[in-house]
Design a protein around this ligand. Sequence first.
Ligand code: KG4
Ligand code: ZN
Length: 352
Amino acid sequence: MMLVLGLETSCDETGVALYDTLAGLLSHALYSQVELHAEYGGVVPELASRDHVRKTLPLVDKVLADGGRDAGDIDAIAYTAGPGLAGALMVGASLARGLALGWGIPALGVHHMEGHLLAPMLEAESPHFPFVALLVSGGHTQLVRVDAIGRYRLLGESLDDAAGEAFDKVAKMLGLPYPGGPHIARLAAQGESRDFHFPRPMVNRPGLDFSFSGLKTYALNTIADCRARSASGELGEQDRADIARAFEEAVVDTLVIKCRRALRSEQLNTLVIAGGVSANSNLRASLKEALVQDNASVFYPAPAFCTDNGAMIAYAGAQRLLVGQVDASGVSVRPRWPMEELPPLVVAGEGA
Ligand code: KG4
Ligand code: ZN
């Protein structure tokens, strides 16, 4: 049994959680910096770091109180060591190491994308290995074959913008706030795609890579055409909603096509999808429909654990801490960190 405190500070959310390897998730708390960065239209790294400094310890107190535990009950700390913003990562890493030193317990740096990838394991109905995972966040779009924790093979990834990044950029063009994904989704619900048809990038080429930057240009040109056609020179409300809808459909279709292709080529029938974009309800609905035809099933994290959070870091860290993985003392982070470099879990006394 082990009680693990998880800290997530890689970008613009401070996430903290308490995970008990027997009882499961005891408590979690999140502070989102969205409003802080809103006026800049994107995350300002230095402001993000300073806000993590302010928010992390109060959230640690909160999860302890909510979970009904004392600091003395914590057996180990898991924190996000990368990938992410260097300064923001440093805040979490230094706090984690400082607390671990003070409490005389081990700490372990966790890979942020492994956290996302394993978030569906927090659910009552969780996937079994092996499976294909689609990781779709603001910084990554990757298809990964997962044979076990730490046994990852990259099948394909975005050659340019991540899917979430494309959502954010097109949202900005439509005058929507950052981060744009949920705003596009809401606007798209009022639109119809009939007048607009965005391309489905790279689906006619073999392979499992993605490219989303062309959709951005396509959106820009579509908006310009609509403006030129309108009497006021402005984009009409219905056009805005229709463009949002057509864009969302293009991203969703592309992701669905590549997921099915990945399952087929790996001869697997379990798909896991995680990361901020996995909160998108049209993506969920389309995947569900498509995978029923393939006799495959799809697993997601709970909506609160699709975007950045402390629970996924506590969980991923706990799996590794349980088999004795800990970091040497000293604070280091890895703003860039390929997930395939992670070690597999090796239980003491077992061969690799
Ligand atoms: O995983 P995440 O919270 O942070 C990163 O690690 O990047 O993902 C954030 C991304 C943003 O690009 C945001 O626009 C997108 O996830 N996102 C969505 C939705 N909710 C969040 N995209 C589409 N539809 C949504 N409902
Ligand atoms: Zn993330």
